[in-house]
Design a protein. Structure first.
Ligand code: ADP
Ligand code: MG
Length: 277
């Protein structure tokens, strides 16, 4: 809940989400649905007014100031949408990647080596000496990913990392996040308003009005006969711990459901029937 003067803005309510170590998931939702609020909480930038948030060993509602600093330095990497916000313009790509390791006291030689490895991983071995102004938007986001990974955080958070990029460059950055997830086993949560991203990660969770509403799962099935691989994305509604589900707007409109529904169970299926005004 954000408090602005006398007003309270409830940004998240009834959000339930559990992410396994090593997973890569997308959080999708319209503008204002609470995506950034969730990510800022997970990054340790904001403390929620209530609820429970755990990341690894950390209880994000009960941390001392020192724990918050340690948490931000070693547990999470963060990538902002604004490419310019991720990098220091007067440092080279290599220096930008080294900087977080300076803060955690990694010796110069080790830090140089790791920075070079990370820039190789993101495909920028040949651009290490370039400053921000000499890098394209996509390249800047690649460097930003390397910066976020500098201290080997188990969790990587990206808030609309492709929001300022064209489609092709966006796809390449998403591919890179998938590569990082596979090769470094980093848990990744990527926020986007682009539903197409759902099909490029293992699982996509939709947020509506600050609440987890649906989950899209990617099913990969192999067609032996032709040796090809097809992908299906199946969408599920999420049931929270109190039994609530959010009925999608499109279904509400189609059935003209008002304030009440009759609930039935038929042949193992739950049915909802308009119950009048
Ligand atoms: P998204 O990232 O999905 O666009 P946000 O998490 O930024 O959504 O915002 C969720 C809601 O919280 C919106 O109604 C927004 O106006 C409100 N909000 C976000 N940040 C603040 C803030 N610092 N102060 C007050 N209200 C805020
Ligand atoms: Mg946002």
């Amino acid at each position: 809940i954000y408090k602005v003067a006398d007003l309270e803005v409830v940004a998240l309510r009834g959000l339930e989400l559990s992410v396994k170590p090593g997973e890569i998931i997308a959080i999708v939702g319209a503008s204002g649905s609470g995506k950034s609020t969730l990510l800022n909480i997970l990054a340790g930038y904001d403390t929620p007014s209530a609820g429970t948030v755990r990341v690894g060993e950390y209880d994000l509602l009960n941390m001392t100031a020192k724990e918050v600093v340690d948490y931000r330095r070693s547990e999470v990497g963060f990538i902002w949408q604004e490419t310019s916000r991720n990098l220091f313009p007067y440092l080279t790509a290599l220096e930008n990647v080294e900087l977080p390791m300076v803060l955690t006291g990694v010796p110069p030689k080790a830090r140089r080596e790791r920075a070079e490895q990370l820039l190789a991983l993101v495909g920028l071995s040949k651009r290490m000496g370039h400053g921000q102004s000499e890098l394209s938007g996509g390249e800047q986001q690649r460097v930003s990913i390397a910066v976020a990974l500098a201290n080997e955080p188990p969790l990587l958070l990206a808030d609309e990392p492709t929001g300022e990029l064209d489609d092709e460059t966006s796809a390449a950055v998403l591919d890179l996040l998938n590569t990082v997830n596979r090769e470094l086993r980093t848990t990744i949560i990527v926020v986007t308003h682009d539903p197409a991203i759902a099909s490029s990660v293992g699982r996509a969770i939709a947020i509506r009005d600050g609440k987890t509403s649906t989950e899209m799962l990617r099913r990969v099935s192999f067609e032996r006969r032709i040796g090809g691989q097809t992908e299906d994305v199946e969408e599920f509604l999420l049931v929270d711990s109190s039994g609530s589900v959010q009925i999608p707007r499109s279904v509400l409109d189609r059935l003209v459901i008002g304030r009440r529904v009759r609930v039935g169970v038929e042949h193992g299926k739950v049915t909802l029937e308009p119950g009048g005004e």
